[in-house]
Design a protein around this ligand. Structure first.
Ligand code: GTP
Length: 824
């Protein structure tokens, strides 16, 4: 039972450490260097080489061979042979704890000399081994059972040979102390088992370890020993849980609690894994998973829903096919001014609603339903794409189908195109209603022809778009139109689950003197009932009363039904979403917290795509498609620009032109841009006042240019992340030309009134006539009465002449700008 280091042994036999190491190699004993400790068997083997053989070691070897041959079930194939007879005693159940298994043993044999020497070596050699070795072993569920069933028998049986072999060795070495030594070993082995068992507790599901710990004590008659140590021995650990869950991270203490283990045990494990941790240290997902894998405990990361995010309820709506049933389509009517949207909506309502519901008085609540042979259609009562897009910009996509009304006598007009583009951007199917067919000047073919250019090809011409000729005024073709709506919606397979609690959107809302906040809601899924606790946008409450589009009180409203409700604490906005909660308390909490966040977060701070942040958003993967709206002074330029822009080829992002048009940039362009996260490019055109305000509010990026290649260059540079806006144009003011005076030699003086900002002597100017830039150049003179002025502020009159431009007219707008350096 000797354990010496290589160099000690070498000294003893008068050899160099190198020679001993070489000899060990031959004997198939691996040692790393001269400081390595030699197991007793290795020493015995070396003895046979360096000192000549003796009987005892051979005996041991024979024993060992026997042992290896006989209990084949007991891992004999393992690496270091010399230790084998000892190992099973301590570690057959504790495979990974080699180091620990050996340590006390070594210590017991040679405590004074080896005690210290072993520790670092074993420690360093075994630690990683332990860490790694444990993990897979714990993975198998059968292990702990095996361990526990094997352990007692191993302890007894394996200890015995162990002791006896020790005994024998002792006989050969310290014959006089045979008894003492043997007993001592026995005891030591027992305490060693205790150690191991407590180690096992660390490593395994160790419910049985405790029993085991006592057993050898009882058998060995040394109860006092463990007893005296009892306070320091950790209490019998509880069963490990089968599974734990965590959210984002856990501290060591929290993890320990979840695993029913002492934090120190977790810290130790982490240490083994090379992580130095304190009890309060937060562990990330990887660390938690490693530790749990080590214990064989399943781990799952909780995904917590942000209760206050109403969108989550829409996205997470679980679809159970069996619970789904067909729901009515929600239809929006769009088209150019005066093409007959309102007439069509009224015509449908009057012929269908009142006819179907005798005695009903139609109520304008923002939407209504018609019933065609038992099948319902919901029409949104706010015609025009402005409302449609505003809703969409607020996140509500409630329309299933868009009807584009085109007057057959007027043909495709700018707003027709806008409406088409709005519907396309929302990916909503389109039906074209060719209206005013009763008029003699009606020319449906022309309408079809013109719409073909916008991608709407009639079915008769091999396309996919349904065209229905109607006369909204006379009610002709309405039935066919409704039939077609049902047909398209059937194809779209619109479904909802009336069994779930309701979710939907606000169509319109207002404050009523008598009733308080009144909101028309469209139930998009589920069924809304009177008394439901509800959160609508930032408002909350209980549905007090519900009125349908016929002005009747109803108790519940299923999918695609519009109802007007009262009972919420504030007036929500059109396009806001609503969600029904289980109890009023939650609804109140969510509502209040949403109201708070709404106050804090400025809506316009929404991160829109601008050319300045385009590259950043592209690299974050947030933008894969650059949506553009192109407005120019003439249609030809629009097309040329669109074609050039489409040719821009930058990897990772596509250019998509969602709308083009000739004329000033309008509010509608901005709302489309806001809804589609698009950039507006104006070529020789300006945004009108409303558009400018809307763009500021919504944070929409408008780029104004006068040279095509500059537009292309700018967009391309932005896409490549090379945009270099060192100088940016800043519009400093506007003046309106109220009078023109022609003076020979001087040219035309524009008697102007500064309407916004200021005009300075050194500013650049643009002349805008009816929203179109007709000239860009420099200011020549700026006068207040007869004196030259450096600048003229808002609300003052002034005389302006412009370099090389005399064609100024009354009503023109002079826009003054300066170039300012921009710091990036
Ligand atoms: N002859 C004829 N006139 C129609 C028809 N439909 C609508 N009109 C007329 O066209 C005019 C405009 O109709 P509206 O329904 O107000 O058109 P709109 O598209 O709603 O117009 P805005 O609300 O201004 O956008 C009205 O004078 C209608 O009477 C039709 O089928 N035949």
């Amino acid at each position: 039972m000797t354990k010496v280091r290589v160099h000690e042994y070498a000294k003893k036999v008068n050899k160099s450490s190198k020679e001993v190491i070489e000899e060990l190699k031959k004997l198939n004993v691996t040692v790393s260097n001269h400081m390595s400790t030699l197991e007793s068997d290795a020493v015995t083997k070396l003895d046979t080489v360096f000192k000549g053989s003796n009987s005892a070691p051979r005996h041991t070897e024979v024993r060992q061979e026997k042992k290896q041959a006989a209990p084949s079930g007991q891992r004999t194939q393992s690496n270091d042979q010399s230790n084998r007879p000892n190992r099973p005693a301590n570690s057959s159940a504790n495979r990974p704890s080699n180091g620990q298994g050996n340590r006390p043993q070594n210590g017991s044999a040679n405590r004074p000399s080896n005690g210290q020497g072993n520790r670092p070596q074993n420690g360093s050699a075994n630690r990683p081994q332990n860490g790694q070795g444990n993990r897979p072993s714990n993975g198998s569920a059968s292990r702990p059972a095996n361990g526990s069933s094997n352990r007692p028998s191993n302890n007894n049986t394996a200890n015995r040979p162990n002791n006896s072999s020790n005994e024998q060795r002792s006989t050969s070495q310290n014959s006089g102390e045979k008894f003492k030594n043997a007993k001592g070993n026995q005891n030591r082995n027992m305490s060693q088992n205790n150690n191991n068992n407590s180690n096992n507790n660390n490593n395994k599901k160790g419910g049985f370890n405790n029993n085991q710990r006592k057993k050898p004590g009882i058998h060995g008659g040394k109860r006092r020993h463990p007893k005296t140590h009892q306070p320091t021995i950790p209490q019998a650990p509880k069963e490990l849980p089968e599974k734990i869950t965590f959210y984002e991270s856990l501290s060591v203490a929290e993890l320990a609690k979840k695993l029913h283990r002492e934090p120190s045990e977790i810290i130790k494990k982490l240490f083994m894994l090379g992580v130095m941790a304190t009890i309060n240290q937060e562990l990330d997902k990887d660390a938690i998973e490693l530790i749990c894998a080590d214990y064989g405990v399943e781990v799952e990361e909780e995904v917590r829903i942000d209760k206050t995010d109403l969108d989550v309820y829409f996205e997470q709506a679980e679809v159970v096919e069996e619970e789904q049933s067909v729901r009515p389509p929600v239809v929006t009517i769009m088209g150019h001014v005066d093409h007959g949207k309102t007439t069509l909506l009224d015509s449908i309502r009057n012929t269908k609603v009142t006819a179907g519901e005798a005695g009903g008085i139609t109520q304008h609540i923002g939407a209504y339903q018609v019933n065609i042979d038992g099948k319902k259609i919901t029409f949104l009562d706010t015609p025009g794409h402005a409302a449609f897009t505003t809703m969409r910009a607020r996140g509500a996509s409630i329309t299933d189908l868009a009807i584009i009304v085109v007057a057959a006598d007027d043909g495709v007009m700018p707003q027709t195109v806008e409406a088409i583009n709005h519907a396309k951007a929302a990916e909503v199917p389109i039906i074209v209603a060719v209206n005013k067919m009763d008029k003699p000047s009606a020319n449906p073919d022309r309408v079809m022809q013109e719409l073909t250019e916008h991608g709407l090809v009639p079915e008769d011409w091999g396309g996919e778009t349904i065209f229905v000729p109607i006369s909204a005024l006379k009610g002709e073709g309405i039935d066919t139109l409704l039939e077609m709506i049902l047909l398209v919606s059937e194809v779209a397979e619109l479904k909802a689950n009336p069994g779930r609690s309701a979710i939907g959107s606000v169509i319109e809302a207002q404050l009523d003197k008598g009733r308080g906040s009144v909101a028309t809601l469209l139930v998009q899924d589920g069924t809304l009932r009177v008394g439901d606790p509800i959160v609508v946008g930032h408002a909350y409450g209980r549905v007090r009363a519900m009125v349908n589009d016929l002005g009747r009180r109803v108790k519940e409203a299923g999918p695609s039904t519009p109802v007007e409700i009262t009972g919420i604490n504030e007036v929500p906005q059109a396009g806001d979403r609503f969600v029904v909660f289980e109890d009023e308390k939650t609804a109140r909490q969510v509502g209040e917290s949403r109201a708070m966040t709404a106050i804090q977060a400025n809506r316009s701070e929404k991160q829109r795509v601008t050319l300045d942040n385009l590259f950043e958003q592209m690299s974050h993967g947030e933008v894969k498609e650059l949506n553009l709206i192109v407005k120019a002074d003439v249609q030809g330029t629009v097309e040329a620009m669109a074609a050039s822009l489409m040719k821009i080829d930058v990897e990772g992002v596509n250019v998509k032109i969602i709308h083009t048009g000739a004329g000033a940039i309008t509010e509608s362009d901005i709302s489309l841009a806001a809804a589609s996260n698009a950039i507006v490019i104006g070529f020789n055109v300006r945004p009108d006042v409303n558009a400018k305000r809307a763009a500021d509010e919504e944070g929409v990026d408008i780029r104004l240019h006068r040279i095509i290649y500059k537009v292309i260059e700018e967009i391309e540079a932005a896409m490549k992340g090379m945009l270099d806006p060192e100088f940016e144009e800043k519009i400093i003011g506007q003046a309106e030309v109220r009078q023109t005076i022609k003076v020979s030699k001087v040219g035309t003086i524009a008697g102007s009134y500064v309407t916004e900002g200021k005009i300075t002597r050194d500013s650049g100017v643009r002349i805008i006539r009816e929203g179109i830039v007709i000239f860009e150049g420099d200011l020549d003179t700026l006068k207040r009465f007869k004196d030259d002025a450096k600048e003229v502020a808002k609300g003052y009159e002034c005389g302006i002449t412009i370099k090389n431009f005399n064609d100024i007219k009354e009503g023109d707008i002079i826009e003054a700008f300066v170039m300012e350096e921009i710091k990036r």
